[in-house]
Design a protein. Structure first.
Length: 233
């Protein structure tokens, strides 16, 4: 499957993960229709990082992280138009197709201003506890609170590019790693898909038996089940 955009062919590659719309909704615990609407509304036109068509449209791992970044900043009230502009600026500055998936795109800083300001050299958007800026440094400046809830869920490689993602809050037992199971959520330290554990749970298997079958700690089994229960909610 490939999609051509401005003479660039985007296609899935081994080790980059493949995430269809349903996968994105499950991993990020988002409404499927919201994911579908945003992919159709923003990604094809501005981010140019999908492949496939229709319901088979998909993202790779770095696009998934960008989608997560986009969602979290939109959740804070940052307008999509501002994010698209910032993404374009940062893409050139960082020489990356995936600037929102790079650690050096973020400048950690605490701000509480509610004012909005625009200048010829900068694009700002501020809310009560977040601050986004694309200026000469071309970074997103965000609050300390936001960082704890967001950036710490991502593990970066030596090039500051997102490497792994931990979808659960306050737990790293579940990991999304494009080098394991085509990027589907697995239990940390194993190649066991969380979906496998969840299906055993739905089939009536006790947590104790699942722990023995797969040599997993009770906490990892509990988190695997919890991960899918949240997605199904």
């Amino acid at each position: 499957m490939t999609a051509e955009k401005e003479n660039i062919v985007i296609a899935p590659k081994l080790g980059e993960g493949i995430y269809y719309l349903k996968d994105i909704a499950v991993i990020l615990h988002l409404d499927y229709q919201l994911v579908r609407r945003w992919i159709a509304g923003y990604w094809d036109e501005d981010f140019k990082s999908t492949f496939g068509t229709g319901k088979n449209r998909a993202l790779n791992f770095h696009s998934l992280i960008e989608f997560y970044t986009f969602y979290k900043l939109r959740e804070k009230g940052v307008p999509a138009q501002q994010l698209r502009k910032i993404h374009g600026i940062m893409s050139e500055e960082l020489n990356s197709q995936y600037p929102f998936a790079k650690a050096d795109a973020f400048n950690i800083e605490h701000r509480t201003s509610k004012k909005t300001a625009k200048t010829k050299k900068a694009v700002y958007y501020t809310s009560e506890d977040s601050f986004v800026k694309a200026d000469g440094k071309h970074q997103i400046t965000i609050s300390e609170t936001f960082v704890k809830q967001f950036v710490e869920k991502i593990e970066y490689d030596k090039n500051n590019l997102a490497k792994r993602f931990f979808p659960l809050k306050n737990s790293k037992n579940i990991v999304v790693d494009p080098h394991h199971q085509f990027g589907q959520p697995t239990i940390e330290g194993t190649n066991i898909k969380t979906k496998t554990i969840y299906h055993l749970h739905l089939g009536g298997e006790t947590n104790e038996n699942i722990c023995m079958l797969y040599s997993l700690s009770p906490e990892k089994v509990k988190d695997a089940i919890s991960f899918h229960l949240k997605s199904a909610a």
